[in-house]
Design a protein around this ligand. Structure first.
Ligand code: ADP
Length: 583
Protein backbone atom coordinates (compact mmCIF):
# COMPACT_ATOMS: atom_id res chain seq x y z
CA UNK A 1 0.00 0.00 0.00
CA UNK A 2 1.72 3.20 -1.09
CA UNK A 3 0.81 6.68 0.04
CA UNK A 4 -1.57 7.43 -2.83
CA UNK A 5 -3.54 4.24 -2.32
CA UNK A 6 -3.62 4.92 1.43
CA UNK A 7 -5.03 8.32 0.67
CA UNK A 8 -7.63 6.93 -1.77
CA UNK A 9 -8.66 4.39 0.85
CA UNK A 10 -8.90 7.10 3.45
CA UNK A 11 -11.06 9.22 1.20
CA UNK A 12 -13.38 6.29 0.54
CA UNK A 13 -13.59 5.61 4.25
CA UNK A 14 -14.45 9.23 4.89
CA UNK A 15 -17.63 8.71 2.84
CA UNK A 16 -18.86 6.67 5.78
CA UNK A 17 -18.03 9.53 8.15
CA UNK A 18 -19.68 12.26 6.08
CA UNK A 19 -23.29 11.64 7.17
CA UNK A 20 -22.18 12.19 10.77
CA UNK A 21 -20.40 15.47 10.19
CA UNK A 22 -22.44 17.25 12.88
CA UNK A 23 -21.22 14.86 15.58
CA UNK A 24 -17.78 15.28 14.15
CA UNK A 25 -17.91 19.06 14.47
CA UNK A 26 -19.13 18.88 18.06
CA UNK A 27 -16.25 16.52 18.83
CA UNK A 28 -13.79 18.93 17.20
CA UNK A 29 -15.10 21.81 19.32
CA UNK A 30 -14.70 19.58 22.38
CA UNK A 31 -11.08 18.88 21.51
CA UNK A 32 -10.49 22.57 20.93
CA UNK A 33 -11.75 23.34 24.45
CA UNK A 34 -9.61 20.53 25.83
CA UNK A 35 -6.48 21.80 24.12
CA UNK A 36 -7.03 25.41 25.17
CA UNK A 37 -7.66 24.55 28.80
CA UNK A 38 -4.70 22.18 28.91
CA UNK A 39 -2.41 24.83 27.50
CA UNK A 40 -3.67 27.18 30.18
CA UNK A 41 -1.87 24.95 32.67
CA UNK A 42 1.49 26.37 31.59
CA UNK A 43 0.08 29.86 32.09
CA UNK A 44 -1.17 28.87 35.54
CA UNK A 45 2.33 27.72 36.45
CA UNK A 46 3.64 31.09 35.33
CA UNK A 47 1.15 32.95 37.51
CA UNK A 48 1.80 30.64 40.40
CA UNK A 49 5.55 31.19 40.36
CA UNK A 50 5.20 34.93 40.05
CA UNK A 51 2.44 34.96 42.66
CA UNK A 52 4.50 33.04 45.18
CA UNK A 53 7.25 35.59 44.80
CA UNK A 54 4.84 38.50 45.37
CA UNK A 55 1.74 37.11 47.14
CA UNK A 56 -1.31 39.39 47.53
CA UNK A 57 -5.00 38.88 48.45
CA UNK A 58 -6.29 39.20 44.90
CA UNK A 59 -3.90 36.52 43.71
CA UNK A 60 -5.04 34.24 46.51
CA UNK A 61 -8.63 34.33 45.18
CA UNK A 62 -7.83 34.35 41.53
CA UNK A 63 -5.50 31.37 41.27
CA UNK A 64 -7.76 28.68 42.82
CA UNK A 65 -10.64 29.87 40.64
CA UNK A 66 -8.45 29.65 37.58
CA UNK A 67 -7.45 26.09 38.48
CA UNK A 68 -11.09 25.00 38.92
CA UNK A 69 -12.17 26.73 35.73
CA UNK A 70 -9.35 25.17 33.79
CA UNK A 71 -10.18 21.64 34.89
CA UNK A 72 -13.92 22.17 34.41
CA UNK A 73 -13.36 23.31 30.83
CA UNK A 74 -11.03 20.42 30.24
CA UNK A 75 -13.73 18.05 31.51
CA UNK A 76 -16.38 19.48 29.21
CA UNK A 77 -13.96 19.26 26.29
CA UNK A 78 -13.05 15.66 27.07
CA UNK A 79 -16.73 14.69 27.27
CA UNK A 80 -17.76 16.40 24.03
CA UNK A 81 -14.78 15.05 22.15
CA UNK A 82 -14.88 11.52 23.54
CA UNK A 83 -18.59 10.87 23.33
CA UNK A 84 -19.36 12.46 20.00
CA UNK A 85 -16.37 10.83 18.38
CA UNK A 86 -17.59 7.47 19.67
CA UNK A 87 -20.96 8.16 18.06
CA UNK A 88 -19.21 8.67 14.76
CA UNK A 89 -17.12 5.53 15.30
CA UNK A 90 -20.00 3.24 16.18
CA UNK A 91 -22.05 4.52 13.26
CA UNK A 92 -19.19 3.91 10.86
CA UNK A 93 -18.58 0.39 12.17
CA UNK A 94 -22.26 -0.41 11.89
CA UNK A 95 -22.58 0.99 8.37
CA UNK A 96 -19.46 -0.81 7.16
CA UNK A 97 -20.44 -4.05 8.80
CA UNK A 98 -23.91 -4.17 7.26
CA UNK A 99 -22.51 -3.15 3.87
CA UNK A 100 -20.04 -6.03 3.98
CA UNK A 101 -22.70 -8.47 5.12
CA UNK A 102 -25.16 -7.34 2.47
CA UNK A 103 -22.48 -7.85 -0.13
CA UNK A 104 -21.77 -11.33 1.23
CA UNK A 105 -25.41 -12.19 0.51
CA UNK A 106 -24.85 -11.24 -3.12
CA UNK A 107 -21.46 -12.75 -3.83
CA UNK A 108 -21.24 -15.58 -6.33
CA UNK A 109 -20.66 -19.22 -5.40
CA UNK A 110 -17.10 -19.03 -6.68
CA UNK A 111 -16.23 -16.44 -4.08
CA UNK A 112 -17.29 -18.82 -1.32
CA UNK A 113 -15.29 -21.62 -2.94
CA UNK A 114 -12.19 -19.46 -2.76
CA UNK A 115 -12.48 -18.04 0.76
CA UNK A 116 -12.57 -19.84 4.06
CA UNK A 117 -15.58 -19.26 6.29
CA UNK A 118 -13.40 -18.24 9.23
CA UNK A 119 -11.68 -15.52 7.23
CA UNK A 120 -15.01 -14.19 6.01
CA UNK A 121 -16.37 -14.21 9.55
CA UNK A 122 -13.43 -12.28 10.89
CA UNK A 123 -14.09 -9.57 8.30
CA UNK A 124 -17.45 -8.69 9.87
CA UNK A 125 -16.16 -9.02 13.43
CA UNK A 126 -12.49 -8.14 13.83
CA UNK A 127 -11.73 -6.15 10.68
CA UNK A 128 -14.57 -3.65 11.01
CA UNK A 129 -13.51 -2.91 14.58
CA UNK A 130 -9.98 -2.22 13.40
CA UNK A 131 -11.34 0.40 11.07
CA UNK A 132 -12.39 2.58 13.97
CA UNK A 133 -8.67 2.98 14.66
CA UNK A 134 -8.22 4.73 11.35
CA UNK A 135 -11.46 6.64 11.33
CA UNK A 136 -11.93 7.91 14.80
CA UNK A 137 -9.14 7.05 17.23
CA UNK A 138 -6.59 8.54 14.88
CA UNK A 139 -8.75 11.57 14.23
CA UNK A 140 -9.37 11.92 17.96
CA UNK A 141 -5.66 11.99 18.67
CA UNK A 142 -4.93 14.30 15.77
CA UNK A 143 -7.51 16.78 16.98
CA UNK A 144 -7.12 16.41 20.73
CA UNK A 145 -3.34 16.24 20.88
CA UNK A 146 -2.79 18.20 17.68
CA UNK A 147 -4.68 21.22 19.02
CA UNK A 148 -2.81 20.79 22.29
CA UNK A 149 0.58 20.83 20.57
CA UNK A 150 -0.45 23.89 18.56
CA UNK A 151 -1.62 25.63 21.73
CA UNK A 152 1.60 24.82 23.57
CA UNK A 153 3.73 25.88 20.61
CA UNK A 154 1.95 29.23 20.44
CA UNK A 155 2.53 29.73 24.14
CA UNK A 156 6.23 28.86 23.75
CA UNK A 157 6.73 31.26 20.87
CA UNK A 158 4.91 33.96 22.69
CA UNK A 159 7.05 33.50 25.82
CA UNK A 160 10.45 33.11 24.15
CA UNK A 161 10.71 32.51 20.42
CA UNK A 162 14.48 31.97 20.37
CA UNK A 163 14.30 29.11 22.83
CA UNK A 164 11.34 27.63 20.96
CA UNK A 165 13.33 27.49 17.72
CA UNK A 166 16.01 25.45 19.49
CA UNK A 167 13.36 23.14 20.77
CA UNK A 168 11.88 22.67 17.32
CA UNK A 169 15.27 21.90 15.78
CA UNK A 170 15.14 18.45 17.36
CA UNK A 171 11.92 17.60 15.52
CA UNK A 172 13.42 15.94 12.38
CA UNK A 173 15.12 13.34 14.58
CA UNK A 174 11.80 12.46 16.14
CA UNK A 175 10.11 12.37 12.74
CA UNK A 176 12.67 9.82 11.53
CA UNK A 177 11.87 7.44 14.36
CA UNK A 178 8.15 7.84 13.69
CA UNK A 179 8.50 7.10 9.99
CA UNK A 180 10.43 3.91 10.65
CA UNK A 181 7.93 2.72 13.24
CA UNK A 182 4.94 3.37 11.01
CA UNK A 183 6.34 1.32 8.13
CA UNK A 184 6.79 -1.56 10.49
CA UNK A 185 3.32 -1.14 11.97
CA UNK A 186 1.69 -1.42 8.58
CA UNK A 187 3.39 -4.73 7.80
CA UNK A 188 2.65 -6.21 11.21
CA UNK A 189 -0.96 -5.06 11.17
CA UNK A 190 -1.66 -6.96 7.98
CA UNK A 191 -0.10 -10.12 9.41
CA UNK A 192 -2.10 -9.81 12.61
CA UNK A 193 -5.37 -9.41 10.74
CA UNK A 194 -4.67 -12.48 8.67
CA UNK A 195 -3.75 -14.48 11.75
CA UNK A 196 -7.02 -13.55 13.43
CA UNK A 197 -8.74 -14.97 10.34
CA UNK A 198 -6.73 -18.19 10.74
CA UNK A 199 -7.63 -18.49 14.41
CA UNK A 200 -11.36 -18.05 13.65
CA UNK A 201 -11.13 -20.42 10.73
CA UNK A 202 -9.51 -23.29 12.64
CA UNK A 203 -11.75 -22.78 15.65
CA UNK A 204 -14.97 -22.69 13.64
CA UNK A 205 -14.02 -25.84 11.74
CA UNK A 206 -13.29 -27.74 14.93
CA UNK A 207 -16.45 -26.47 16.58
CA UNK A 208 -18.84 -27.35 13.76
CA UNK A 209 -17.06 -30.60 13.05
CA UNK A 210 -16.44 -31.67 16.62
CA UNK A 211 -17.87 -35.14 16.05
CA UNK A 212 -15.54 -35.88 13.16
CA UNK A 213 -12.63 -34.46 15.12
CA UNK A 214 -13.35 -36.72 18.09
CA UNK A 215 -14.14 -39.89 16.17
CA UNK A 216 -10.96 -39.54 14.17
CA UNK A 217 -8.98 -38.90 17.30
CA UNK A 218 -7.79 -35.68 15.68
CA UNK A 219 -7.95 -33.60 18.87
CA UNK A 220 -4.16 -33.31 19.03
CA UNK A 221 -3.95 -32.44 15.35
CA UNK A 222 -6.59 -29.72 15.62
CA UNK A 223 -5.08 -28.50 18.87
CA UNK A 224 -1.71 -28.22 17.20
CA UNK A 225 -3.21 -26.42 14.18
CA UNK A 226 -4.98 -23.98 16.46
CA UNK A 227 -1.94 -23.55 18.67
CA UNK A 228 0.17 -22.68 15.64
CA UNK A 229 -2.36 -20.13 14.36
CA UNK A 230 -2.65 -18.56 17.78
CA UNK A 231 1.12 -18.65 18.28
CA UNK A 232 1.65 -16.80 15.01
CA UNK A 233 -0.87 -14.24 16.17
CA UNK A 234 0.95 -13.96 19.50
CA UNK A 235 4.35 -13.43 17.89
CA UNK A 236 3.08 -10.83 15.45
CA UNK A 237 1.15 -8.98 18.15
CA UNK A 238 4.23 -8.98 20.35
CA UNK A 239 6.37 -7.65 17.53
CA UNK A 240 3.86 -4.87 17.20
CA UNK A 241 3.98 -4.15 20.92
CA UNK A 242 7.76 -4.24 20.81
CA UNK A 243 7.84 -1.64 18.06
CA UNK A 244 5.40 0.46 19.99
CA UNK A 245 7.18 0.02 23.33
CA UNK A 246 10.60 0.80 21.88
CA UNK A 247 9.55 3.74 19.76
CA UNK A 248 7.68 5.48 22.56
CA UNK A 249 10.60 5.69 25.05
CA UNK A 250 13.07 6.51 22.27
CA UNK A 251 10.90 9.45 21.32
CA UNK A 252 10.53 10.46 24.94
CA UNK A 253 14.28 10.27 25.51
CA UNK A 254 14.84 12.51 22.52
CA UNK A 255 12.31 14.87 24.03
CA UNK A 256 14.11 14.79 27.38
CA UNK A 257 17.46 15.50 25.71
CA UNK A 258 16.02 18.49 23.94
CA UNK A 259 14.47 19.64 27.18
CA UNK A 260 17.82 19.33 28.97
CA UNK A 261 19.46 21.33 26.22
CA UNK A 262 16.69 23.86 26.60
CA UNK A 263 17.19 24.28 30.34
CA UNK A 264 20.90 24.59 29.86
CA UNK A 265 20.48 27.25 27.20
CA UNK A 266 17.69 29.03 29.05
CA UNK A 267 19.93 29.47 32.04
CA UNK A 268 22.49 31.30 29.88
CA UNK A 269 22.24 34.94 30.99
CA UNK A 270 21.81 36.46 27.52
CA UNK A 271 18.89 34.19 26.62
CA UNK A 272 17.29 34.18 30.04
CA UNK A 273 17.57 37.96 29.75
CA UNK A 274 14.02 39.24 29.57
CA UNK A 275 12.27 36.28 31.23
CA UNK A 276 11.07 36.46 34.81
CA UNK A 277 10.94 33.38 37.02
CA UNK A 278 7.25 32.72 36.20
CA UNK A 279 7.82 32.82 32.48
CA UNK A 280 10.79 30.51 32.84
CA UNK A 281 8.79 27.93 34.80
CA UNK A 282 5.84 28.33 32.39
CA UNK A 283 8.13 27.75 29.43
CA UNK A 284 9.74 24.61 30.84
CA UNK A 285 6.30 23.33 31.88
CA UNK A 286 4.89 23.86 28.39
CA UNK A 287 7.91 22.20 26.79
CA UNK A 288 7.63 19.15 29.02
CA UNK A 289 3.85 18.99 28.54
CA UNK A 290 4.62 18.61 24.87
CA UNK A 291 5.97 15.05 25.45
CA UNK A 292 2.62 13.32 25.98
CA UNK A 293 0.72 14.69 23.00
CA UNK A 294 3.71 14.20 20.73
CA UNK A 295 3.99 10.63 21.86
CA UNK A 296 0.29 10.07 21.15
CA UNK A 297 0.66 11.68 17.76
CA UNK A 298 3.47 9.29 16.91
CA UNK A 299 1.25 6.35 17.74
CA UNK A 300 -1.55 7.27 15.38
CA UNK A 301 0.37 6.21 12.35
CA UNK A 302 0.21 2.63 13.62
CA UNK A 303 -3.49 3.01 14.24
CA UNK A 304 -4.12 4.42 10.79
CA UNK A 305 -2.09 1.70 9.12
CA UNK A 306 -3.97 -0.98 11.01
CA UNK A 307 -7.29 0.52 10.06
CA UNK A 308 -6.32 1.04 6.46
CA UNK A 309 -5.09 -2.49 5.96
CA UNK A 310 -8.36 -3.74 7.47
CA UNK A 311 -10.43 -1.44 5.34
CA UNK A 312 -8.56 -2.60 2.27
CA UNK A 313 -9.76 -6.14 2.89
CA UNK A 314 -13.30 -4.92 3.53
CA UNK A 315 -13.38 -2.95 0.31
CA UNK A 316 -12.05 -6.04 -1.46
CA UNK A 317 -15.35 -7.65 -0.50
CA UNK A 318 -17.62 -4.72 -1.27
CA UNK A 319 -15.82 -4.17 -4.60
CA UNK A 320 -16.10 -7.81 -5.61
CA UNK A 321 -18.60 -8.06 -8.45
CA UNK A 322 -21.85 -9.56 -7.17
CA UNK A 323 -23.61 -12.47 -8.83
CA UNK A 324 -24.34 -11.43 -12.40
CA UNK A 325 -28.05 -10.75 -12.80
CA UNK A 326 -28.47 -9.64 -16.41
CA UNK A 327 -32.04 -10.88 -16.92
CA UNK A 328 -35.15 -8.81 -16.35
CA UNK A 329 -37.97 -11.24 -17.10
CA UNK A 330 -40.19 -12.36 -14.26
CA UNK A 331 -42.12 -15.32 -15.64
CA UNK A 332 -44.49 -15.56 -12.67
CA UNK A 333 -44.95 -19.24 -11.92
CA UNK A 334 -43.43 -21.46 -14.62
CA UNK A 335 -44.87 -24.78 -15.77
CA UNK A 336 -41.56 -26.45 -15.12
CA UNK A 337 -40.27 -27.58 -18.50
CA UNK A 338 -36.49 -27.73 -18.14
CA UNK A 339 -34.01 -28.06 -20.99
CA UNK A 340 -30.26 -28.42 -20.69
CA UNK A 341 -28.85 -27.70 -24.13
CA UNK A 342 -25.25 -28.75 -24.74
CA UNK A 343 -24.25 -27.46 -21.32
CA UNK A 344 -20.53 -27.24 -20.66
CA UNK A 345 -19.01 -26.14 -17.41
CA UNK A 346 -15.71 -25.76 -15.62
CA UNK A 347 -15.23 -24.53 -12.06
CA UNK A 348 -12.00 -22.66 -12.71
CA UNK A 349 -10.79 -21.15 -15.96
CA UNK A 350 -8.12 -23.35 -17.43
CA UNK A 351 -9.25 -26.50 -15.60
CA UNK A 352 -10.67 -29.33 -17.63
CA UNK A 353 -14.46 -29.37 -18.11
CA UNK A 354 -16.63 -30.93 -15.43
CA UNK A 355 -19.59 -31.10 -17.86
CA UNK A 356 -18.89 -31.86 -21.51
CA UNK A 357 -21.97 -30.69 -23.40
CA UNK A 358 -24.85 -32.24 -21.47
CA UNK A 359 -28.29 -32.18 -23.09
CA UNK A 360 -31.38 -33.18 -21.18
CA UNK A 361 -35.03 -32.30 -21.44
CA UNK A 362 -37.51 -32.67 -18.63
CA UNK A 363 -41.23 -32.24 -19.26
CA UNK A 364 -43.30 -30.28 -16.78
CA UNK A 365 -44.11 -32.52 -13.82
CA UNK A 366 -41.62 -35.21 -14.82
CA UNK A 367 -39.40 -36.90 -12.27
CA UNK A 368 -35.87 -37.39 -13.48
CA UNK A 369 -33.53 -39.49 -11.41
CA UNK A 370 -29.83 -38.89 -11.93
CA UNK A 371 -27.41 -41.64 -11.14
CA UNK A 372 -23.75 -42.16 -11.74
CA UNK A 373 -20.48 -42.44 -9.94
CA UNK A 374 -19.56 -39.80 -7.43
CA UNK A 375 -17.80 -36.88 -9.10
CA UNK A 376 -19.57 -37.50 -12.41
CA UNK A 377 -21.14 -34.01 -12.33
CA UNK A 378 -24.70 -34.58 -11.09
CA UNK A 379 -24.64 -31.95 -8.34
CA UNK A 380 -22.85 -29.53 -10.62
CA UNK A 381 -25.50 -29.93 -13.33
CA UNK A 382 -28.42 -29.20 -11.03
CA UNK A 383 -26.64 -26.31 -9.31
CA UNK A 384 -26.47 -24.58 -12.69
CA UNK A 385 -30.26 -24.50 -12.69
CA UNK A 386 -30.35 -22.04 -9.78
CA UNK A 387 -27.41 -20.14 -11.28
CA UNK A 388 -25.05 -20.66 -8.38
CA UNK A 389 -22.67 -20.99 -11.30
CA UNK A 390 -23.20 -20.14 -14.96
CA UNK A 391 -22.48 -22.60 -17.76
CA UNK A 392 -19.33 -21.91 -19.75
CA UNK A 393 -21.09 -23.16 -22.87
CA UNK A 394 -24.61 -24.09 -23.99
CA UNK A 395 -27.91 -22.94 -22.52
CA UNK A 396 -30.42 -23.87 -19.90
CA UNK A 397 -34.07 -23.15 -20.63
CA UNK A 398 -37.12 -23.12 -18.40
CA UNK A 399 -40.43 -23.15 -20.28
CA UNK A 400 -38.39 -22.32 -23.37
CA UNK A 401 -36.81 -19.20 -21.79
CA UNK A 402 -33.04 -19.01 -21.40
CA UNK A 403 -32.51 -18.71 -17.65
CA UNK A 404 -29.97 -15.95 -18.26
CA UNK A 405 -32.87 -13.74 -19.38
CA UNK A 406 -34.75 -14.31 -16.14
CA UNK A 407 -34.36 -12.15 -13.12
CA UNK A 408 -32.25 -14.06 -10.58
CA UNK A 409 -34.81 -13.66 -7.79
CA UNK A 410 -37.64 -14.79 -10.04
CA UNK A 411 -35.63 -17.78 -11.23
CA UNK A 412 -34.80 -18.92 -7.73
CA UNK A 413 -38.42 -18.62 -6.74
CA UNK A 414 -39.17 -21.45 -9.16
CA UNK A 415 -36.85 -23.90 -7.50
CA UNK A 416 -36.99 -25.67 -4.14
CA UNK A 417 -33.84 -27.41 -3.04
CA UNK A 418 -33.37 -30.24 -0.59
CA UNK A 419 -29.65 -30.76 -0.40
CA UNK A 420 -27.80 -33.79 0.85
CA UNK A 421 -26.40 -31.84 3.73
CA UNK A 422 -29.51 -30.45 5.31
CA UNK A 423 -29.09 -26.86 6.47
CA UNK A 424 -31.30 -25.81 9.36
CA UNK A 425 -31.24 -22.54 11.24
CA UNK A 426 -31.09 -22.19 14.98
CA UNK A 427 -34.63 -20.95 15.38
CA UNK A 428 -38.05 -22.53 15.88
CA UNK A 429 -39.36 -25.41 13.81
CA UNK A 430 -42.09 -23.17 12.37
CA UNK A 431 -39.52 -20.59 11.25
CA UNK A 432 -37.40 -23.30 9.68
CA UNK A 433 -40.32 -24.56 7.64
CA UNK A 434 -41.48 -21.10 6.59
CA UNK A 435 -37.89 -19.95 6.18
CA UNK A 436 -37.63 -16.44 4.76
CA UNK A 437 -41.37 -15.84 5.06
CA UNK A 438 -42.05 -14.50 8.54
CA UNK A 439 -45.60 -13.54 7.57
CA UNK A 440 -46.59 -17.19 6.94
CA UNK A 441 -49.68 -18.44 8.77
CA UNK A 442 -49.48 -21.30 11.23
CA UNK A 443 -52.02 -23.28 9.17
CA UNK A 444 -49.75 -23.23 6.12
CA UNK A 445 -46.79 -24.32 8.21
CA UNK A 446 -48.78 -27.20 9.71
CA UNK A 447 -50.04 -28.25 6.27
CA UNK A 448 -46.45 -28.43 4.98
CA UNK A 449 -45.38 -30.33 8.08
CA UNK A 450 -48.20 -32.86 7.59
CA UNK A 451 -47.27 -33.38 3.96
CA UNK A 452 -43.67 -34.06 4.97
CA UNK A 453 -44.72 -36.39 7.83
CA UNK A 454 -42.98 -34.28 10.44
CA UNK A 455 -46.09 -33.25 12.36
CA UNK A 456 -46.19 -36.48 14.40
CA UNK A 457 -42.82 -35.82 16.04
CA UNK A 458 -43.31 -32.06 16.25
CA UNK A 459 -46.48 -32.51 18.25
CA UNK A 460 -44.63 -34.67 20.72
CA UNK A 461 -42.17 -31.85 21.46
CA UNK A 462 -42.96 -29.76 24.55
CA UNK A 463 -43.13 -26.48 22.61
CA UNK A 464 -44.45 -28.01 19.39
CA UNK A 465 -43.82 -25.78 16.41
CA UNK A 466 -42.15 -23.20 18.63
CA UNK A 467 -39.37 -25.56 19.74
CA UNK A 468 -35.90 -24.19 19.14
CA UNK A 469 -33.84 -26.79 17.32
CA UNK A 470 -30.28 -25.71 18.14
CA UNK A 471 -27.39 -25.07 15.76
CA UNK A 472 -28.20 -26.71 12.45
CA UNK A 473 -30.87 -28.76 14.22
CA UNK A 474 -28.61 -30.75 16.56
CA UNK A 475 -31.65 -31.68 18.65
CA UNK A 476 -33.21 -33.68 15.82
CA UNK A 477 -32.37 -37.07 14.34
CA UNK A 478 -31.01 -37.40 10.81
CA UNK A 479 -34.37 -38.55 9.49
CA UNK A 480 -36.23 -35.75 11.24
CA UNK A 481 -33.85 -33.17 9.87
CA UNK A 482 -34.39 -34.44 6.36
CA UNK A 483 -38.14 -34.44 6.70
CA UNK A 484 -37.97 -30.90 8.03
CA UNK A 485 -35.98 -29.88 4.96
CA UNK A 486 -38.63 -31.55 2.80
CA UNK A 487 -41.35 -29.66 4.70
CA UNK A 488 -39.48 -26.46 3.90
CA UNK A 489 -39.44 -27.39 0.20
CA UNK A 490 -43.16 -28.25 0.30
CA UNK A 491 -43.87 -24.93 1.98
CA UNK A 492 -42.02 -23.08 -0.74
CA UNK A 493 -44.34 -24.73 -3.27
CA UNK A 494 -42.04 -24.19 -6.23
CA UNK A 495 -42.73 -25.76 -9.64
CA UNK A 496 -39.24 -27.26 -9.83
CA UNK A 497 -37.72 -29.39 -7.11
CA UNK A 498 -34.12 -30.48 -6.73
CA UNK A 499 -33.51 -33.28 -4.35
CA UNK A 500 -30.08 -34.49 -3.45
CA UNK A 501 -30.86 -37.68 -1.61
CA UNK A 502 -28.90 -38.39 1.52
CA UNK A 503 -26.50 -41.27 1.08
CA UNK A 504 -26.44 -42.11 4.74
CA UNK A 505 -28.54 -45.05 5.78
CA UNK A 506 -31.68 -44.10 7.69
CA UNK A 507 -33.77 -46.24 9.99
CA UNK A 508 -36.60 -47.98 8.18
CA UNK A 509 -39.27 -45.84 9.78
CA UNK A 510 -37.63 -42.59 8.71
CA UNK A 511 -36.97 -44.04 5.30
CA UNK A 512 -40.63 -44.98 4.90
CA UNK A 513 -41.81 -41.53 5.97
CA UNK A 514 -39.36 -39.82 3.67
CA UNK A 515 -40.46 -41.94 0.73
CA UNK A 516 -44.08 -41.08 1.40
CA UNK A 517 -43.26 -37.40 1.77
CA UNK A 518 -41.33 -37.40 -1.46
CA UNK A 519 -44.18 -38.99 -3.35
CA UNK A 520 -46.38 -36.11 -2.24
CA UNK A 521 -43.86 -33.36 -2.80
CA UNK A 522 -43.06 -34.52 -6.34
CA UNK A 523 -46.67 -34.36 -7.50
CA UNK A 524 -47.22 -31.63 -10.08
CA UNK A 525 -43.57 -30.56 -9.99
CA UNK A 526 -40.62 -31.16 -12.23
CA UNK A 527 -38.27 -33.06 -9.98
CA UNK A 528 -34.59 -33.79 -10.34
CA UNK A 529 -33.42 -36.37 -7.88
CA UNK A 530 -29.80 -37.20 -7.42
CA UNK A 531 -30.72 -40.71 -6.49
CA UNK A 532 -28.90 -43.11 -4.27
CA UNK A 533 -31.74 -45.41 -3.36
CA UNK A 534 -33.35 -47.99 -5.58
CA UNK A 535 -36.84 -47.13 -4.42
CA UNK A 536 -36.48 -43.57 -5.76
CA UNK A 537 -34.97 -44.73 -9.00
CA UNK A 538 -37.79 -47.15 -9.72
CA UNK A 539 -40.42 -44.50 -9.12
CA UNK A 540 -38.81 -42.04 -11.50
CA UNK A 541 -40.30 -41.35 -14.93
CA UNK A 542 -36.85 -41.36 -16.35
CA UNK A 543 -33.37 -42.22 -15.25
CA UNK A 544 -30.31 -40.53 -16.64
CA UNK A 545 -26.84 -41.88 -16.09
CA UNK A 546 -23.93 -39.46 -15.82
CA UNK A 547 -20.35 -40.49 -16.26
CA UNK A 548 -17.37 -38.19 -16.13
CA UNK A 549 -19.31 -35.11 -17.20
CA UNK A 550 -21.22 -36.89 -19.98
CA UNK A 551 -24.81 -37.98 -20.02
CA UNK A 552 -24.34 -41.57 -21.13
CA UNK A 553 -27.79 -43.17 -20.86
CA UNK A 554 -31.38 -42.12 -20.48
CA UNK A 555 -34.56 -44.14 -20.22
CA UNK A 556 -36.89 -45.96 -17.85
CA UNK A 557 -35.64 -48.48 -15.33
CA UNK A 558 -36.69 -51.43 -17.48
CA UNK A 559 -35.37 -49.97 -20.71
CA UNK A 560 -32.00 -49.29 -19.19
CA UNK A 561 -31.76 -52.71 -17.61
CA UNK A 562 -32.56 -54.27 -20.95
CA UNK A 563 -29.85 -52.20 -22.60
CA UNK A 564 -27.22 -53.91 -20.42
CA UNK A 565 -25.15 -50.71 -20.30
CA UNK A 566 -23.85 -48.41 -17.56
CA UNK A 567 -27.11 -48.44 -15.59
CA UNK A 568 -27.37 -52.21 -15.65
CA UNK A 569 -23.82 -52.34 -14.32
CA UNK A 570 -24.59 -49.85 -11.51
CA UNK A 571 -27.69 -51.83 -10.69
CA UNK A 572 -25.76 -55.05 -10.41
CA UNK A 573 -23.25 -53.42 -8.06
CA UNK A 574 -26.08 -52.14 -5.93
CA UNK A 575 -27.73 -55.47 -5.58
CA UNK A 576 -24.52 -57.07 -4.47
CA UNK A 577 -24.12 -54.23 -1.96
CA UNK A 578 -26.43 -54.64 1.00
CA UNK A 579 -26.03 -51.00 2.08
CA UNK A 580 -27.95 -50.14 -1.08
CA UNK A 581 -26.03 -47.09 -2.22
CA UNK A 582 -25.15 -46.48 -5.83
CA UNK A 583 -22.57 -43.78 -5.55
P1 ADP B 1 -21.46 -35.64 -8.24
O1 ADP B 1 -22.58 -34.81 -7.76
O2 ADP B 1 -21.80 -36.46 -9.43
O3 ADP B 1 -20.83 -36.46 -7.19
P2 ADP B 1 -20.12 -33.12 -8.57
O4 ADP B 1 -20.97 -32.38 -9.52
O5 ADP B 1 -20.21 -32.80 -7.15
O6 ADP B 1 -20.32 -34.68 -8.79
O7 ADP B 1 -18.61 -32.92 -9.00
C1 ADP B 1 -18.15 -32.99 -10.34
C2 ADP B 1 -16.69 -32.59 -10.40
O8 ADP B 1 -16.56 -31.21 -10.10
C3 ADP B 1 -15.82 -33.33 -9.43
O9 ADP B 1 -14.64 -33.71 -10.12
C4 ADP B 1 -15.49 -32.32 -8.37
O10 ADP B 1 -14.18 -32.50 -7.92
C5 ADP B 1 -15.61 -30.99 -9.08
N1 ADP B 1 -16.13 -29.94 -8.19
C6 ADP B 1 -17.29 -29.97 -7.49
N2 ADP B 1 -17.49 -28.82 -6.82
C7 ADP B 1 -16.42 -28.02 -7.08
C8 ADP B 1 -16.04 -26.69 -6.69
N3 ADP B 1 -16.81 -25.95 -5.90
N4 ADP B 1 -14.87 -26.20 -7.16
C9 ADP B 1 -14.10 -26.94 -7.98
N5 ADP B 1 -14.40 -28.19 -8.40
C10 ADP B 1 -15.55 -28.74 -7.97
Amino acid sequence: MNDTSSWTLYKRLMKYVRPHWKDFVVAAIGYGIYAASSTAFAKVMEYLTNGIQNPDAQFRQFLPMLVVLMFACRGVGTFLGGFFMQRVARNVVHALRIDVFRQMLRLPGRFYDQHSGGHLLSRVTYHVEQVTGAVTKAVTVIMQEGFYVIGLTCYLFWTNWKLTLVFIAVTPLIAGVVAYASRRFRKLARRIQRSVGDVTHVASESITGYRVVRTHGAEEFEYERFRRASEYNRVQSLKESLTKSVSAPVIQTLMALSLALLVWLALAPDIMGGMNAGEFIGFITAASLMAKPIKSLTEISGMIQKGLSAVQELFAITDHPPEPDPGHIDPGRVRGEVTFDQVRFTYNKGDSDVLHGVSLEARAGEMVAMVGRSGSGKTTLVSLLTRFYDPTGGRILIDGQDIMTLELKALRRQVALVSQQVVLFNTTIANNIAYGQPEATREDVIAAARAAYVDEFIERLPDGYDTLIGDNGVMLSGGQRQRLAIARAIFKDAPILILDEATSALDTESERYIQKALEDVCKGRTTFVIAHRLSTIERADRIVVMDNGHLVESGSHDELLAREGAYAALHRIQFSDTAGTAT
